[in-house]
Write a protein that binds this ligand. Sequence first.
Ligand SMILES: Nc1ncnc2c1ncn2[C@@H]1O[C@H](COP(=O)(O)OP(=O)(O)OP(=O)(O)O)[C@@H](O)[C@H]1O
Length: 275
Amino acid sequence: MDAVKVDHCSFSYDGETDIIRDASFSIPKGSYTTIIGHNGSGKSTIAKLLIGLLEARTGEITILGQKLDETTVYDIRSHVGIVFQNPDNQFIGSTVADDIAFGLENHCVPQEEMQARIEEAAQKVGMLDFLETEPTKLSGGQKQRVAIAGILAMSPDIIIFDESTSMLDPQGKKSINDQIKKLHDEKNITVISITHDMEEVAQSQNVIVLQEGNVKMSGTPMEIFKHEEELKKMQLDIPFALKFSNALQKEGVFDHGICTLEGVVDELCRLKQTN
Ligand SMILES: Nc1ncnc2c1ncn2[C@@H]1O[C@H](COP(=O)(O)OP(=O)(O)OP(=O)(O)O)[C@@H](O)[C@H]1O
């Protein structure tokens, strides 16, 4: 089953210019999909359409088999968690723990289980020592980690990350990206991540490339990265690991391209053993 199906959707903020233009794509249940595109290509608008914060002018959106409309939107939102780009708009609690608990309280999770889930989620994002801190006293990156913990604690079927790691330092970004991958691998959650981080794109299973509100390409990371020139025209790049492995391929060391650093290291070790 598809987790998400977008069928010929168009959307306009002002009723005149379409920002999303006849977009169609589907995202398989349990997959890890990244959505990329230049600034203003419509990625965040798509995310808001998927959770019914905006309504498509034409076309149909189906989430986990349910057509999205005013009768289904609240039920659908209970299965879909979203972490936005700006953490400041996502705080309601007076402590970090309250904040992570917010969604759980709405779902009437028993107190004891709630405490365990709060601690587990806080630990995953490296914020266990901050549970009693006021969210307003946190840095932007720390706030974003708490917002992510709030969603992780809910264990939704689909999580949408809308450039959620863009404020994090490199280590924080890596640890959140690792958590996202782990969540997907272990719990079979459908992960949809809007990102400019090509290292993250490389670790996903499917990629959707948006250009001016339309789906320009879709496929596996390697299928997408083959179009390096077209990506460049859209202000997009390929990951460093692939550039490195392409250079090694030119020198005759590798016989194929590899887009993750782990993959490059594995291949170098394999070659060392066979030589
Ligand atoms: N609330 C709004 N009202 C009017 N226009 C908007 C609104 N939000 C976004 N837009 C416009 O819609 C277009 C797509 O914006 P969107 O935020 O979806 O792009 P994006 O691909 O997420 O960009 P970025 O990579 O910069 O985050 C842009 O031209 C933007 O100016």
